[in-house]
Write a protein that binds this ligand. Structure first.
Ligand SMILES: *Cc1c(COP(=O)(O)O)cnc(C)c1O
Length: 379
């Protein structure tokens, strides 16, 4: 049986002829670097988010986080509060500035930063907090902003999972201090690789715009007019983090498909929930999948057999994953304290296949494989 069925992918870049012809147009025009396509993509994102806020596209989500922190002058001697249950990108972006990522625990219901634990980790060196929209959920953000206001912290949102979602009646990114998105190959939309920073802070936005082009002041403005900077000034550390026209061309096509992608992802999640809610040994996270564009679908296997279920699924050619092992357990980011909820979740969490091209038959295969396994555990 194993050999006649194809692998059910955990995640997938869903691109087609539209992206291919957009790329062909950029190649034909002969300007692959950062220029008017990037400007147009930024305008498209602004329109999509229904905001007048600043949008700055960069080459990865990690670069977006890094530049946001740099632009806020966060560096050596500073601390940034961050949930331990996140992709290592959040931690690396913080430590790249020279600041210390201070791992915080998360809530068992949503895997969102636990603000009371964050309170315990606060010191005079804390400059910012980086909430992660874990599994695309934004519930809990209000508490983060209350906490930040109270303690004079900046908020840099890691919204890598959350593009297209809504929170309190607005699109994620249309409000909030500094919001960072990722457009890597498997995120809600992709530009091949890519990311964006969205903020109201015009001074910060200018710093980021310059910093993505090696700190060359006003280079963005020149490139958007099809010109180059031959004489310029540099006043801050910069990086080679800009987005290219090639990437932007893919991203613009993807944005047009986001509505269809969202519907598909939500339907898949609805189907998982209908099949798996109430099953012995499985718990679901608490989120409203109609409000968000679900990037991943995680279940909690609470009967101690998560790893066995993973093996079972893999044997049936069903890919699955763990989002995430806690960062404070990694050697480079090791903490001298434990974070019990995240450590427990890390042993229970299992991500099932979810992407914009996941087929009905494939999803039925995933669900039956999970149900068969859980039944065999009960018997
Ligand atoms: C994908 C991701 C990032 C980083 O984005 P890249 O574009 O891959 O650099 C950061 N944080 C989280 C939670 C992510 O899932």
């Amino acid at each position: 049986m194993k050999n006649i069925q194809s692998v059910v992918r955990l995640s997938k870049s869903c691109v087609g002829v539209e992206e291919a012809s957009a790329l062909a147009r950029v190649i034909e025009a002969g300007y692959l670097g950062m220029g008017r396509d990037v400007q147009a993509f930024e305008a498209d994102i602004r329109a999509y988010l229904q905001t007048e806020r600043e949008v700055i596209c960069v080459n990865t989500g990690t670069a977006a986080l890094h530049l946001a922190l740099c632009g806020l002058d966060i560096g050596p001697g500073d601390e940034v509060l961050v949930p331990t249950l996140t992709y290592v990108a959040s931690f690396q972006a913080i430590s790249a500035t020279g600041a210390k990522p201070v791992a915080c625990d998360v809530t068992a219901e949503r895997g969102f930063i636990d603000i009371s634990d964050a309170g315990r980790r606060l010191t005079s060196r804390t400059k910012a907090i980086m909430p992660v929209h874990y599994a695309s959920n934004s519930v809990g953000l209000g508490e983060v902003y209350d906490f930040a206001r109270k303690h004079g912290l900046r908020v840099v949102e890691d919204a890598a999972h959350a593009f297209g979602g809504e929170y309190e009646g607005q699109r994620v990114g249309a409000s909030g201090d500094v919001v960072c998105f990722s457009f890597d190959g498997i995120k809600n939309i992709t530009s091949g690789e890519g990311g964006a920073v969205v903020t109201n802070d015009t001074k910060l936005a200018q710093r980021i715009r310059d910093a993505r082009l090696l700190g060359v002041e006003k280079d963005t403005e020149k490139r958007y007019q099809g010109e180059r900077s031959w004489e310029f000034e540099v006043t801050h550390q910069g990086y080679r983090y800009h987005m290219s026209n090639l990437m932007a061309a893919i991203g613009r096509e993807q944005l047009k498909k986001l509505h269809a992608f969202s519907e598909h992802r939500r339907q898949c999640v609805a189907r998982y929930i209908a099949a798996l809610r109430g099953v012995d040994g499985i718990r679901l996270l608490d989120f409203d999948h109609w409000q968000i564009v679900p990037h991943i679908f995680c279940i909690r296997v609470v009967n101690g057999s998560r790893n066995a279920l993973m093996t079972h699924l893999r044997n049936l050619e069903v890919e699955c994953g763990i989002h995430y092992q806690p960062n404070h357990k990694l050697q480079y980011f090791a903490s001298n304290y434990s974070l019990p909820v995240a450590e427990k979740l890390a042993e229970e969490l299992l991500s099932l296949p979810l992407h914009a091209e996941l087929g009905d038959v494939e999803q039925v295969r995933v669900i039956s494989a999970v149900l068969d396994f859980m039944r065999s555990k009960r018997a």
